[in-house]
Write a protein that binds this ligand. Structure first.
Ligand code: HC0
Ligand code: SF4
Length: 582
């Protein structure tokens, strides 16, 4: 450690700490617009481009950016002199001089870090008039790039290139024309962008945001000829509460269901039901591949890869086109739910396909893109009509004048409201493969699984390998790989491709933490501790459930008896499986 002084206070700080970190450790906040530190996931972005964090050091004339200047023995730092505060105000005014002033209609209003600082510094008039850059805005089914609002903090670039390794975004052009964009300023849709939404999650302003479909939902609810049903993803229920003052990880399922009914949805269903259905198909596929392998079939493809994360699917389609025969062909729960709703339930209820509107609430922006994929539609009518994010649901609740915290707790509608604990854990990294292992174990060994907690599959390391001693393949335990974050996924897949790692099954989720860290969740502003709390919240729901194996869900059994037949059977194949495209 080194001894330093910050604003006259003596501090002992780790040797290589930045001034910003040392100040934070004693409760001295230095404002910054570009720095983002998520050390837990190896993500540190401090380009010192915004200069908001400048401080005085040892009475020198030069000012130093606190985000990238390291402390040394005897350093005396001032962070809040009157002069520094004036300088920061000037910097803010300069940034604002060419920033659009449309806060009233900006999607980020209320969550914008620039707006917060402008408010903190009480900026009422901007003394400078900057040159306005006008960029063509770029809109995909999932993400909108509104680069007039970009402040060149370049967090999105680090996220996309270093963490996700998608390499879509970089600064192009020069001077005032500089903009963060895909190469040749293409639209995201025409690139290998996975729509993971992680760039949106870290954008401090409204330059990157989701395509908002809340008014489409309201229009459908207002249309008397439509039956509007909703399905809610596992990760939404442990994060939605944050928008209403609850601690991250708080399970607000009951209030959320009540709110959805009050908003006017005709039926409130659970994506978790379809997660159980996904396990039926994925575990059957795993079993069939393992059995064929043990029979000496040389053509069998192992490891099997989970396929429910749409950003991950798009990533493998673009980056590993020669490996498209290894992912499970099972559709994601979102798409299984919608296919069953439109092809089975609507018929049972006597509702015409085009009069049934399926809305999904997802922690994810790539789900919007997934819903728009052509193979998930019939005669031009999509299976999932509209996908909204957790944040958009919070807006709908507020627009409807619902006092969320005063709501009673209600239950999902039947039959698609019942789910096992295994379905809940889909929302966190490692959960899909743990759920599949619970069912596959019983189906492969024919024995009852007593302890469903495969703790070795849990954790938050970016990529990990765990063994299941209870499931032996050729005299050795089944080996499972797990990665979250596309950069870690890429490394794991490369090892498998080069035969450095022999695995039987792999789960990949595009976002850190899995869906709980999705691009559509309440903004965590770089605090990884929030993702950890959501992780624990999801796990607690699973642990508290009586039924913790997907194949024991009675409504799932009934669906197979009444309609689907066998897992991987003809009907299941037609409705629940998909193809991949390079
Ligand atoms: Fe997920 Fe899903 S678990 S991808 O993370 O599989 O988005 O929450 O809804 O579809 O169930 C997201 C979350 C889902 C799907 C489920 C899966
Ligand atoms: Fe990159 Fe993901 Fe953003 Fe696409 S959505 S630009 S892949 S970070």
């Amino acid at each position: 450690t080194v001894k330093i002084k910050i604003n006259g206070i003596e501090v002992e700080s780790p040797k290589h700490a930045t001034i910003l970190a040392a100040a934070k450790s004693i409760g001295v906040r230095i404002p910054t617009l570009c720095q983002l530190k998520m050390g837990d996931i190896g993500y540190v972005h401090d380009p010192a481009s915004c200069r908001m964090c400048v401080v005085e050091v040892n009475e020198q004339e030069n000012l130093y950016p606190a985000c990238e200047t390291k402390v040394y023995e005897g350093m005396e730092i001032i962070t809040n002199s009157a002069e520094l505060i004036q300088i920061r105000k000037n910097i803010l005014e300069l940034i604002l001089s060419n920033h659009p002033k449309d806060c009233l209609t900006c999607s980020k209003s209320g969550e914008c870090e620039l707006q917060d600082l402008a408010d903190e510094f009480k900026i009422k008039n901007i003394r400078f008039e900057g040159e306005k850059s006008v960029y063509r805005s770029d809109s995909s089914p999932a993400i909108i790039r509104d680069m007039d609002k970009c402040i060149m903090c370049r967090r999105c670039e680090t996220m996309c290139n270093k963490i996700q390794t998608c390499n879509i975004l970089s600064a192009v052009n020069r001077g005032f024309e500089t903009v963060v964009a895909p190469s040749h300023e293409k639209d995201l849709e025409d690139t290998a962008c996975t729509f993971c939404g992680q760039c949106v999650a870290v954008c401090p302003v409204g330059a990157l945001h989701e395509k908002d479909y809340t008014w489409e939902v309201v229009d459908m609810l207002a249309n008397p000829s439509k039956t509007v049903i909703v399905q809610v993803a596992p990760a939404v229920r442990v994060a939605l509460g944050e928008e209403f003052g609850h601690k991250p990880g708080t399970d607000v399922t009951g209030k959320m269901v009540t709110a959805l009914r009050r908003i006017g949805f005709d039926y409130v269903f659970d994506t978790n039901f379809a997660a159980d259905l996904t396990i039926m198909e994925e575990a059957a596929e795993l079993k069939s591949r393992v059995v064929r392998y043990l029979d000496g079939d040389k053509d069998v493809k192992l490891p099997i890869l989970t396929s429910c994360c749409p950003a991950w699917v798009k990533f493998i389609e673009h980056n590993f086109p020669d490996m498209l025969d290894i992912p499970s062909t099972a559709k994601s729960p979102q798409q299984m739910f919608s296919a069953i709703a439109k092809e089975f339930w609507a018929k049972e209820m006597g509702i015409k396909r085009e009069d049934l509107i399926v809305v999904s609430v997802m922690p994810c922006l790539a789900k919007k893109y997934e819903a728009s994929r052509e193979e998930f539609s019939k005669d031009g009518n999509p299976d999932t009509d509209i996908s909204i994010s957790t944040r958009e649901l919070a807006s709908l609740i507020n627009q409807s004048g619902i006092s969320f915290n005063m709501l009673q707790e209600e239950e999902f509608d039947k039959p698609f409201g019942m789910s096992s604990g295994a379905a809940n854990i889909f929302g966190r990294t490692g959960g899909v493969i743990e759920a599949a292992t619970r069912t596959a174990y019983e189906w492969i060994t024919g024995k009852e699984l007593e302890n469903v907690d495969f703790k070795q599959l849990r954790g938050l390391e970016g990529s990990r390998v765990a063994e299941i001693p209870e499931l032996q393949i050729d005299g050795a335990p089944l080996r499972i790989g797990i990665a979250h974050g596309l950069g870690d996924a890429r490394k794991l897949l490369e090892k498998v491709k080069n035969k450095e790692e022999v695995l039987h099954a792999i789960e990949i989720m595009a976002c850190k933490g899995g869906c709980i860290g999705g691009g559509g969740q309440p903004y965590h502003h770089g605090k990884f501790s929030i993702i950890k709390k959501r992780f624990d919240g999801i796990q607690a729901i699973d642990s508290g459930k009586k039924i913790r194996k997907s194949h024991e869900n009675p409504y799932i059994k009934e669906l197979y008896e009444k309609f689907l037949g066998e897992p991987m059977g003809e009907k299941a194949h037609e409705l629940l499986h998909t193809k991949y495209f390079s």
